[in-house]
Design a protein around this ligand. Structure first.
Ligand code: GNR
Ligand code: NI
Length: 169
């Protein structure tokens, strides 16, 4: 197991569109273990492979209080979205310290493979539904700040570049 470095906005690699996982083999299983370790260590509720610079359709999520209900989504496909939408406050491990409202479907149904390569369908609402939509955006190369106004996004970009420059010193 290993902690993986997380890409930070505005890294252009975050805009890469992920390709389907071809087979759930030992390499993918090791990546899942490393992504779960990285997500728990960073105290995140989800992590997309894109954020660790692997451009394959793989997501890990755990929205449980106890941090013991890992959900693995490989090659996720949206089956259904509720017509109702809501604005929720979001954050992102790739945009540390930034929180803002994003409109998402209240509920979603997704079909995917699990960590063993077995098909499963997940019906989600609440925080899990928000998280799944946020993570599936990452796989499409989209970061939540892209839903904000250009003014806000540019302020965030400047702030992130400055923070990263100060980290280097
Ligand atoms: O840890 C995270 N919290 C969160 C809060 C509200 C909406 C979405 C998220 S996902 C985020 C982890 C992350 O960046 N996943 O890509
Ligand atoms: Ni994120």
């Amino acid at each position: 197991m290993a902690l993986l470095p997380i890409l930070c906005f505005p890294d252009p690699k975050l805009h890469t569109v992920a390709k389907p996982v071809q087979q759930v083999d030992a390499r993918i299983k090791a990546l899942i273990a490393d992504m779960l370790e990285t997500m728990y260590e960073a105290k995140g509720i989800g992590l997309a492979a894109t954020q660790v610079d692997v451009h394959e359709r793989l997501i890990v999520i755990d929205v449980s209080e106890e941090r013991d209900e890992a959900l693995v989504l490989i090659n996720p496909q949206t089956v259904w979205t509720s017509p109702e939408m809501h604005i929720n406050e979001e954050g992102c491990l790739s945009v540390p310290g930034v929180y803002d409202g994003v409109q998402r479907h209240d509920a979603i149904t997704v079909s995917a493979l699990d960590g063993q390569g077995k098909p499963h369908t997940v019906q989600a609402d609440g925080l899990l539904a928000v998280c799944i939509q946020h993570e599936m955006d990452h796989l499409m190369g989209k970061v939540f700040v892209e839903y904000l106004s250009p003014l806000k996004r540019n302020r965030i970009k400047t702030k992130m570049i400055k923070a990263q420059r100060e980290d280097q010193r």
